[in-house]
Design a protein around this ligand. Structure first.
Ligand SMILES: *[C@@H]1O[C@H](CO)[C@@H](O)[C@H](O)[C@H]1NC(C)=O
Ligand SMILES: *[C@@H]1O[C@H](CO)[C@@H](O)[C@H](O)[C@H]1NC(C)=O
Ligand SMILES: *[C@@H]1O[C@H](CO)[C@@H](O)[C@H](O)[C@H]1NC(C)=O
Ligand SMILES: *[C@@H]1O[C@H](CO)[C@@H](O)[C@H](O)[C@H]1NC(C)=O
Ligand SMILES: *[C@@H]1O[C@H](CO)[C@@H](O)[C@H](O)[C@H]1NC(C)=O
Ligand SMILES: *[C@@H]1O[C@H](CO)[C@@H](O)[C@H](O)[C@H]1NC(C)=O
Ligand SMILES: *[C@@H]1O[C@H](CO)[C@@H](O)[C@H](O)[C@H]1NC(C)=O
Ligand SMILES: *[C@@H]1O[C@H](CO)[C@@H](O)[C@H](O)[C@H]1NC(C)=O
Ligand SMILES: *[C@@H]1O[C@H](CO)[C@@H](O)[C@H](O)[C@H]1NC(C)=O
Length: 885
């Protein structure tokens, strides 16, 4: 708390909150280090570590072969996992916000990634409470198993349990819970079970991952199309507010229609494993155009020839959901959507979800027994992995607890063995509530106090063992009686048995514990009140601080919204789209062209980035940083105005290869410009500023190809006198993101150096950071093997046609290599990069010593690399070689 406040005062600041409103979300990155909370770059979801959900298990990382950056597209939560080498059953306890009876979506994700180095795929069972959810199996080490279930909470908490079935150590990579509106995913009340996701398809959409920021339930929609279908789409928003299913507008905007209008839309699926499989299908419809007066779209939906719903007429731009109230039972399923009579347009379908019913096959333990054993667990602080249901799933009851399972009733606890378990205090009174108890073994502990009378009321008791404790008093007469008739085996120390007639249990000590507990309750209450007050005060203070710290300074660069509108000729020409709005071309009164970045009103995450950028731009000025003309903050309308950069950004400039060719000299000049901008941020600003999103798309080019660094939305000032800082949100762009920062969240200037190294490699090779047409390989992986062999000609951008000084090129490659070393402390800093690049330019211009007429020829192995698994590892001396100054 204090640390954060300090930050707010001492520098420009911001904590970036990503788009999604994550109310009630539980997102666990299983296996991540303790107290390691972060915002996932790709999804914007805030993940936490396992600590508060489970006490058992061991954290592991997947092997580096499957991890970032070797596997650049790997979602961050999958890079580590929690394994369970101990115990048959280990459970996470999830407490949904909505409590008992609330509807929730729970998603578990698994990727083996050869974490144990054994290359042996395990197999294990996943349970939700006492019911089998999935037998988890893998195809290969990089296979990601994701399973999702929709379930009503039967208690205050869900138990997600991993059960060892003797075929390898169970593990889990990610676990998520999303609260759902209670009215949706309605099913037949006569069938009790969970809905397990079978398919969730975004029909008519063929690109992308399908995990949408604007799906409030965070469902993952898979793109789907068919050869006999046509895709329809609209760029307008679909109104999804009318029903609580809330399929995101992006999903609803695309739809399919049959190519042959007289045919229908059909799809089928078969289950070989069960004739009894039950399914629910939820279909989403919205017309993506307003129909003409002479047009009617109306259709009937049937399942295996039986009508499901008739005369469906989707409204234009308005989502509706249809589903079957009775489950569809069988092993063959075919859904047909056909035009009904009177319609002259073919049917459409925007999205569909298919769920299989996972019927409850087992009962949870009798609830009075559960309360009693939970109370015993708390009283004695039992340290035995007593989690989940005490009896279920069958054969996986808690260690030391035995149950009686019958087919038609909840299991009952019939045996408790807590022998030799360091128990102290009295015999727990909650044992009295275990009315089916047959065996009670509390021997060899340090129990004290009287032998309680309630034992005689437990009529099923067949064995009591209380030996080896410091109990006082006597076993009651009726228990002795039962033991004499052979109904009960009674094992007690001799001092607890009295001869008939002399037994008398005394009850005077009772008053002491009562007073003690009243006292402790008072103390607790006091502590609570004090704690609350302090926290309340802190919060209030923080709020005030926040406001003051973040207000814009007033200054003369302020524009009104009307001025911005005039400047851009009513937002006529869009020249780009950024993370939080569109960029428009504008013209100042003096005729200078400007770029106007308008914050879109729907973007909540953009506001802070916007403020951040404005505040920062007002503080820093450098010819290699995007020049700031002014800003507008007028009635919630916000815009930033910059100098216009005629040649757009470097990324597009490189991509657009036909129109632009760039010589090596030009490339070096661009690199030097960008390096100067960064060097100023790192070493010319107090406190130092970390850009955090260095990439070629954020390097802008003027008409004369002078380069400037832009987009400071994510930048971060380090607290004064600190060279490193930990932030809970990792931000940046995949491909450019420093792998060490991604893992450790330890932010320092070397993260920017890494990203800059990637930009430099892009300039050298003409390839993007992640090379899509080579199976999404990371640029470092791509160049590594060539560099190791000293064979650089094949990676240098052909566009330069071999026209460069080879020494200059080598040196630039070396700089890129030392920028992108895995360990940040081994990377150079921006001043060293700048010196090195300037030397490269001198070599290229022929000012430095030239190494003969070797243009375009392969140089003989100059790069010294270790044979460590990481491709890059070179001596820095190499890059300071011929300096020419
Ligand atoms: C996983 O990797 C991270 C980052 O390198 C490290 O901090 C952590 O200790 C590793 N975890 C385990 C269990 O090895
Ligand atoms: C793992 O299996 C998946 C699915 O069959 C496949 O796409 C992928 O290429 C396989 N990966 C490896 C490393 O074999
Ligand atoms: C898919 O991507 C391609 C290329 O980026 C684009 O032309 C096409 O419109 C996209 N299709 C859809 C349905 O968005
Ligand atoms: C469309 O389907 C109908 C009915 O199946 C068929 O008679 C007709 O030939 C098809 N038209 C085309 C163009 O394929
Ligand atoms: C299901 O089985 C039917 C009949 O055996 C077959 O025609 C159909 O193609 C199968 N569908 C799928 C998706 O395998
Ligand atoms: C409806 O009328 C419009 C023009 O009047 C025509 O282009 C269109 O094909 C007609 N649609 C149908 C289904 O007849
Ligand atoms: C479509 O459904 C409606 C209402 O259920 C029914 O009256 C009609 O006959 C069906 N049309 C076709 C072509 O099956
Ligand atoms: C429980 O164990 C018994 C005996 O070991 C076995 O026969 C039975 O199939 C098991 N039940 C389950 C649900 O695993
Ligand atoms: C289990 O419960 C059933 C039904 O209450 C009872 O008949 C049976 O004797 C019990 N079994 C054991 C081992 O206690």
């Amino acid at each position: 708390m204090i640390f954060l406040l300090h930050l707010f005062i001492s520098c420009i600041t911001f904590v970036i909150v990503h788009g999604q409103v994550q109310t009630g979300y539980i997102s666990i990155d299983c296996g991540s280090p303790e107290n390691f909370n972060y915002v996932d770059l790709d999804t914007g979801i805030s993940y936490t570590s396992d600590g508060s959900f489970i006490a058992t298990g061991v954290n592991r990382n997947i092997s580096s072969q499957y991890a970032y950056p070797n596997n650049p597209m790997l979602p961050q939560p999958l890079s580590d996992l929690r394994t369970f080498p101990q115990g048959d059953k280990n459970c996470y306890t999830l407490k949904p916000n909505g409590g008992k009876s609330s509807l929730n979506l729970i998603r578990a994700t698994f990727m083996y990634g050869n974490w144990d180095g054994e290359n042996k795929l395990p197999q294990f069972d996943l349970y939700l409470d006492v019911n089998l959810w999935l037998s988890v199996k893998f195809i290969n080490a990089s296979d990601v198993v994701t399973t999702e279930i929709i379930s009503v909470a039967l208690q205050d908490t869900f138990s997600v349990c991993l059960v060892n079935i003797g075929q390898g150590t169970p593990f889990i990579s990610g676990l998520e819970l999303r609260p759902l509106h209670s009215s949706i995913y309605e099913t037949d009340p006569k069938i009790s079970g969970n809905l397990m996701l079978f398919q969730r398809l975004d029909i008519g959409y063929l690109n992308g991952t399908g995990r949408y920021v604007d799906d409030i339930y965070d469902r993952i929609w898979s793109p789907y199309g068919s050869l006999s279908w046509d895709s329809l789409s609209t760029s307008l928003d679909i109104d999804v507010s009318g029903n609580d299913y809330r399929a995101p507008s992006e999903v609803m905007r695309t739809a399919a229609t049959p190519k042959n209008g007289t045919e229908g839309l059909e799809f089928s699926w078969n289950m070989s494993d069960s004739e009894e499989a039950k399914f629910y299908v939820y279909m989403y419809f919205a017309d993506v155009a307003v129909l003409g007066r002479n047009e009617t779209r109306q259709f009937n939906v049937s399942w295996n020839g039986e009508p499901l719903f008739g005369n469906v007429r989707p409204r234009a731009y308005y989502a509706s959901t249809f589903y079957n109230l009775r489950p569809l039972v069988g092993n063959k399923h075919k859904i047909s959507i056909r035009r009904s009579s009177g319609a002259n347009l073919p049917p459409i379908l925007n999205a569909i979800e298919i769920f299989r019913v996972q019927e409850f096959s087992e009962f949870a333990t009798f609830d009075i027994d559960v309360d009693a054993i939970e109370s015993i667990k708390t009283t004695y602080k039992v340290n035995r992995n007593w989690v989940g249901d005490p009896c279920g799933p069958k054969n996986y009851s808690w260690k030391g607890v035995k149950c009686n399972y019958t087919n038609s009733n909840p299991p009952r606890i019939i045996s408790i063995n807590l022998s030799t378990s360091d128990l102290t205090g009295q015999i727990a009174t909650s044992i009295a509530n275990l009315s089916s108890l047959e065996t009670l073994d509390l021997s060899n502990n340090s129990l004290t106090g009287q032998i309680p009378d309630f034992l005689e009321n437990l009529s099923s008791l067949k064995l009591i063992d209380l030996r080896g404790n410091q109990l006082s008093g006597y076993v009651s007469r009726s228990l002795l009686e039962r033991s004499r008739t052979g109904l009960l085996t009674l094992r007690v120390d001799s001092q607890n048995v009295c001869e008939l007639g002399s037994c008398q249990n005394k009850k005077k000590k009772v008053i002491v514990p009562i007073i003690a507990s009243i006292l402790s309750a008072l103390v607790l209450l006091l502590t609570f009140i004090t704690g609350w007050r302090i926290r309340h005060k802190q919060k209030t203070r923080e709020k005030n601080m926040n406001k003051e710290g973040r207000a814009f300074e007033s200054n003369n660069k302020q524009f009104t919204y009307a001025e911005v509108a005039i400047m851009t000729n009513n937002f006529e020409t869009a020249i780009g789209k950024g993370g939080f709005g569109t960029v428009y071309l504008g013209k100042l009164r003096n005729g200078n062209q400007v770029a106007v970045k308008l914050l879109s009103t729907s973007s909540s995450q953009g506001y802070k980035e916007f403020q951040n950028e404005a505040e920062l731009l007002m503080r820093v000025h450098h010819r290699n940083l995007a020049s700031f003309v002014g800003y507008c903050h007028d009635n919630n309308k916000m815009a930033l105005v910059y100098e216009y950069m005629a040649n757009g950004n470097l990324k597009n400039y490189i991509l657009d290869r036909i129109d632009h060719s760039l010589s090596w000299e030009m490339r070096l000049k661009i690199a030097i410009d960008a390096a100067q901008g960064l060097e100023y941020l790192h070493h010319g600003c107090r406190p130092a500023i970390i850009h955090r999103d260095v990439k070629s798309a954020n390097i802008l080019l003027s008409e004369k190809l002078d380069a400037k660094i832009a987009d400071f939305g994510l930048s971060m000032g380090l607290p004064n006198d600190q060279t490193t800082s930990i932030f809970t949100d990792v931000t940046g762009t995949t491909g450019y993101l420093d792998p060490e920062y991604r893992k450790s969240h330890n932010l320092n200037e070397k993260s920017d150096v890494y990203s800059f190294g990637i930009v430099l490699l892009e300039l050298i090779t003409g390839q993007p950071a992640i090379i899509k047409n080579m199976d999404h390989i990371h640029i470092i992986k791509y160049v590594g093997p060539y560099l190791e062999k000293g064979e650089i000609t094949s990676i240098i951008d052909e566009q330069m046609e071999g026209d460069f000084n080879l020494d200059s090129m080598w040196k630039a490659i070396e700089i890129a290599v030392v920028c992108t070393r895995k360990v940040s402390s081994q990377r150079v800093n921006m001043s060293e990069v700048l010196t090195g690049l300037k030397a490269c330019l001198e070599l290229e211009l022929g000012l430095g010593p030239r190494s003969g007429s070797n243009r375009g020829i392969q140089k003989m192995g100059g790069l010294r690399m270790d044979h460590s698994p990481e491709v890059y590892s070179m001596d820095f001396e190499l890059m300071t070689g011929p300096s020419g100054r």
